[in-house]
Design a protein. Structure first.
Length: 213
């Protein structure tokens, strides 16, 4: 235990660990391999190893209770799934490798700035999106993404989001392994610190922060 660092808050940032497979031109050849990876991956074991058990199995959206739009556990379990050579690649080389589609199956973290379907789906899953590194493209999914974006009723929008989750899982678009929890520590003399529970990017406003001397 770190001296004087007695306050610890665990949160589930909107960043998930997921598999990637290149899609263009080789989608048929990789369909069975992708489905095999998706259905045979032990997500709980990955969480235990990589995050010391501090993680939650989920889909494309941040899982509840921290996430507002994620599927309930019972519904998530009804979705499909979820001797290779491991090549560890430095981050500076990994993203150019992704852009070149120079891999068969890859693992990396996908971050999002807010727990909302629009930035998650439009950045990562619609046809031609900038961060859609695997090249997944399904016009039916794009139509669902557009429908949920203009839906003003939150209950109906959540149902559409879950329909998209099902579609992404059925298409093996980009299998989501888990979302990891992290902890923030601060010294007791730091007052007025408010932390978010569903993001690590938008909680750095310290206008109410003060130091007790």
């Amino acid at each position: 235990m770190v001296p004087n660092m007695i306050r610890v808050t665990k949160m589930l940032p909107f960043g998930s660990v997921r598999e990637r497979q290149p899609c263009p031109s080789r989608v048929t050849a990789f369909t069975r391999a992708r489905k095999g990876c998706n259905t045979s991956t032990c997500r709980k074991a990955l969480i235990d190893i990589l995050y010391e058990g501090q993680g939650v199995v989920g889909g494309a959206m941040l899982p509840p209770p921290e996430g507002l739009w994620g599927m309930p556990e019972g519904m998530l379990k009804a979705l499909p799934g979820y001797d290779t050579e491991l090549d560890t690649v430095d981050t500076t080389n990994w993203y150019p490798k992704i852009m070149r589609k120079g891999y068969s199956v890859g693992l990396n973290i996908t971050e999002a700035e807010v727990d909302d379907p629009d930035p998650q789906f439009y950045e990562n899953y619609v046809c031609g999106a900038q961060r859609n590194y695997s090249g997944y493209c399904n016009p039916e999914t794009d139509k669902l993404v557009d429908r949920q974006s203009i839906e003003t009723d939150q209950r109906r929008r959540k149902q559409l989001v879950w329909d998209i989750e099902r579609k992404l899982a059925e298409d093996d678009a980009r299998p989501i392994l888990f979302s990891g929890r992290i902890a923030t520590c601060w010294q007791p003399q730091v007052k007025g610190l408010t932390l978010m529970v569903n993001s690590i990017y938008n909680g750095a406003r310290f206008e109410d922060l003060w130091l007790e001397k």
